[in-house]
Design a protein. Sequence first.
Length: 134
Amino acid sequence: MIINEHRYRPLYAHTDIMGIVNNTRYLEYFEAGRNELMRSMGYPYTKLEAQNIGLPLIEAHVNYHKPAKYDDELRIIAYLKNIPTVRIKIDYEIKAGDELLVDGYTTHSFLDLKRFKPVRPPADFMELIKTYFK
C-alpha cells in the first residue's frame, strides 16, 4: 500500500453562506490527494502526460460524514491499496484533526491521449509501484 497525506485549508469561495464546504469540492480535494500521492512517489501526473497517457475518471464514490468548514485544516489522505492494471483505484479520507469528514474512492483508466484507447500503465510506473508492494 502507498499512502500520502496532504494538508489543505478550504477557500472561502468553496463554502456556502454558513461557511460549509460545498459537497462538490470533495472531488477536487480527492484530485489534490491523488496528485500529491503520485508526486510523493516520484511520478507526478505530468510524467504520465509527457508519455501521452491520461487518467480519465471512470468512477467516483463519496461518503459524507460531517461537513468541512471554511479555514479548517484538512488532512487529505490518499491510498493506493492495489497494484493497477489498465485501471487504478485510489481511496481517500478527508479529516479535520482525527475526525473523519469524508471518505471515498475514484477509479481511473490509463488512456492513450492520442488514440483515446485504454492502455497498460508505463513499465517504469509499474516498476516503481511494485517497489511499494514487496
